[in-house]
Design a protein around this ligand. Structure first.
Ligand code: AMP
Ligand code: MG
Length: 497
């Protein structure tokens, strides 16, 4: 294999303060579980490195992909509110940055490929279950339009991983705009008196927000820190609004699991809500419900305030000015979040704009779903069909029975829609693309995991395929779109680390 010019190492080249050399462990009997041809194509990934034996060897630690520099990055983070001064890639190896002709730059990481200098006693490995979950969920999120890290491949290692019991091991190839976390900034702000923080801030601002850096003529690190903070906070506000609109519960919103790029990362104990509950939580490790659905905007706000406080040292040499800027950005979070959320809700309900009185309309809708134990995703799609006045060609009537209270809410909603200024054709089209038919339901993910654990990857492939086009109906949707029956319901999720 020849070395292609695509690999670059701008982050690793910042030096040993940021990353340490790490090698992937050799898998004893590697086997492809999944290869994401669509993503490979969009990355212009060369055929010789796609689903070939050579790639399998490289991704499973037997040979190094030419041009890569395997390493692990250091970071810190607040885990469930407690500061941990040093975390880092404990079970992930960064191969380098894959640069596509148009200049787009992506981190390529092997997740679960063995211990690194930051494993802190962990084995650096991943069981098949968490790899299947992340592979499916991160790609489904992308297809739903939610900014997310991506999954290029999943490989069974043939080795055992020991958690509560012996489990089959796997490696995932993760693709991200970068893996720079709030926790990366925290580490450099809080360690060695801030050594390395300025370089990291300049690097992150230019990597993720270059257009804004240029537009603002931000040449000093202080100015670039301002751009980094403001743009990151905006993206996170918009990201979490998107999660809320879909009923996605991340489950472990620690500051090391929040990316400066604003992509969703860490598909540990995450879940989509089926039957709507404002306070839904699934994660088995979240006993207090810190990361429950209704808490996500508040937690994101808190996390951004942690980021802001870690940037104070570089925002301005005059402390009061640094504090004033940081405070002003953090105080904008609720407004940025509310604007993003209202725009999503207007699209989902077929409203031309979100008016003040629409808050009550949305609240009543969600309250009705909760009281009558209705499925969130199906309820929105049912509304879409009501708006289209066409449910003959879909199995909607088999999948969803509106309650009496929802039917009477529909009258209130119809009255509001009658006062729309935009054309209903346009608003209906927007509803169709805002309200998915299918989401990765917990019981479906669990089934894909159970099959993959015994070496059968068919369910994984079928689920992956189905979640590629979540906004349109397909043939087997009486199964894919259905809310789980009582016996199918999965009420707890585990991060499986
Ligand atoms: P997470 O809860 O997945 O965000 O992980 C928190 C921290 O623990 C990160 O620094 C991970 O790299 C590390 N970690 C998680 N699982 C393992 C493992 N099996 N071996 C080593 N480190 C791990
Ligand atoms: Mg993590």
């Amino acid at each position: 294999m020849t070395t292609l010019p695509n690999w670059e190492h701008s982050y690793q080249d910042l030096g040993s303060l940021y990353t340490s050399t790490a090698a992937a462990e050799k898998a004893s009997k590697p086997e492809w579980m999944a290869w994401n041809e669509g993503l490979a194509t969009s990355l212009k990934w060369p055929a010789a490195w796609s689903k070939t034996d050579e790639a399998l060897q490289a991704f499973s630690g037997h040979s190094e992909l030419a041009g890569t520099k395997p390493s692990a990055s250091v970071y810190a983070g607040h885990q469930f509110g407690q500061y941990n001064p040093q975390l880092g890639d404990g079970r992930a190896v960064l191969l380098g940055e894959w640069v596509v002709e148009n200049g787009s730059r992506y981190d390529i990481q092997l997740k679960g490929a063995g211990p690194t200098p930051y494993s802190r006693g962990g084995d650096g490995l991943s069981p098949v279950g968490p790899v299947v979950r992340e592979y499916l969920l991160s790609e489904a999120m992308h297809c739903l339009g939610v900014p997310s890290t991506r999954a290029l491949a999943a490989i069974a290692t043939g080795d055992s991983v020991y958690r509560n019991e012996r489990e089959p091991g796997a490696v995932m190839v993760r693709v991200a705009d970068s893996h720079l976390r709030f926790g990366s900034i925290q580490y450099f702000a809080m360690t060695r008196d801030g050594e390395g923080l300025s370089e990291l801030v300049g690097y992150a601002a230019n990597r993720h927000y270059k257009a804004m850096v240029e537009a603002k003529g931000a040449t000093t690190i202080g100015q670039q820190a301002e751009v980094l903070l403001e743009e990151t906070v905006k993206r996170i506000a918009s990201l979490v609004a998107h999660w809320q609109s879909l009923g996605f519960i991340h489950g472990v919103m620690n500051t090391d699991n929040m990316l400066l790029s604003g992509q969703t990362i860490d598909y540990g104990p995450c879940a989509f809500v089926d039957t709507y509950k404002a306070d839904a939580k699934f994660s088995a490790i979240d006993s207090q419900g810190r990361y429950r659905l209704s808490n996500q905007p508040g937690i994101a706000h808190w996390n951004t305030s942690v980021l802001a406080s870690c940037l104070l040292k570089v925002l301005n040499s005059e402390e009061d000015k640094a504090i004033a800027f940081a405070q002003a950005v953090i105080d904008e979070f609720p407004r940025w979040y509310a604007e993003a959320y209202k725009a999503r809700m207007a699209a989902k309900l077929g409203l031309d704009a979100f008016r003040e009185e629409d808050t009550a309309l949305v609240d009543n809708f969600l309250q009705t779903l909760e009281t009558d134990a209705l499925d969130l995703t199906l309820a929105y799609r049912w509304l879409t069909h009501e708006a289209l006045e066409d449910s003959h060609h879909t199995p909607m009537h088999q999948l969803f029975k509106p309650s009496d209270a929802l039917l009477s809410w529909r009258t209130q909603w119809a009255r509001r829609r009658a006062s729309n200024k935009a054309s209903s054709k346009e608003l209906n089209a927007r509803m169709v693309s805002a309200n998915p038919v299918v989401i990765p339901r917990n019981h479906q993910v669990a089934a894909a995991i159970a099959d993959a654990e015994v070496g059968d990857y068919q369910t994984l492939h079928q689920a992956f395929e189905r979640w590629q086009s979540p906004f349109s109906w397909e043939t087997r949707d009486t199964e894919w779109a259905a809310t789980p029956s009582l016996s199918e319901q999965v009420t707890r999720t585990f991060c499986g680390t």
